[in-house]
Ligand binder design. Sequence first.
Ligand code: 5GP
Length: 194
Amino acid sequence: MKQLQEKIASEGRVLSEDVLKVDSFLNHQIDPKLMQAIGEEFSRRFEHDGITKILTIESSGIAPAVMAGLIMGVPVVFARKRASLTLTEGLISADVKSFTKQTVNTISVSGDYVTSDDTLLIIDDFLANGQAALGLLDIAGRAGASVAGVGIVIEKGFQQGGKLLREQGVRVESLAIIDSLADGKATFREEAET
Ligand code: 5GP
């Protein structure tokens, strides 16, 4: 997605050969117009898949997921990372190793909102080693829901998550794929521009 690549090129900050900071439009401040375009692109790619619900993870998956949900006309559920006083019964949980914080979080979703009637589109901001996506797929499986695919805003193609998921037969649609963060610069894979 050209618009996204241009935004990453102009505003992304390469923190190391592994980590890209995009706090100016996705992870802290949010660019609503760009999120809308991202939602439209996810909608276009999954419009024939009978999606009934979008599943994401707090907090940075929520903005792109809500835009996709608005355009596709389906609800959005986000997995919580922290225990909630009001969300205690009928929880479906999975453990996720955080890429950025190197901690393990238990993520949870209420069984009221993800069920065996659902065909899910899983959305997240980044794909690195695939732990967050695998946790969400685990939750979907436990709920008995079908998963049409995983939609990622920025995939770091030099890390293992994309390969791992695709080898398991999961459809992964990434709007930008970065092949390298060497020399302080993001290099994109051109096939991502569909
Ligand atoms: P994974 O679970 O695929 O290893 O990592 C994906 C999660 O880690 C995403 O939900 C995202 O929040 C975070 N993440 C991974 N790599 C990056 C990165 O380079 N930059 C930022 N801002 N977040 C990342």
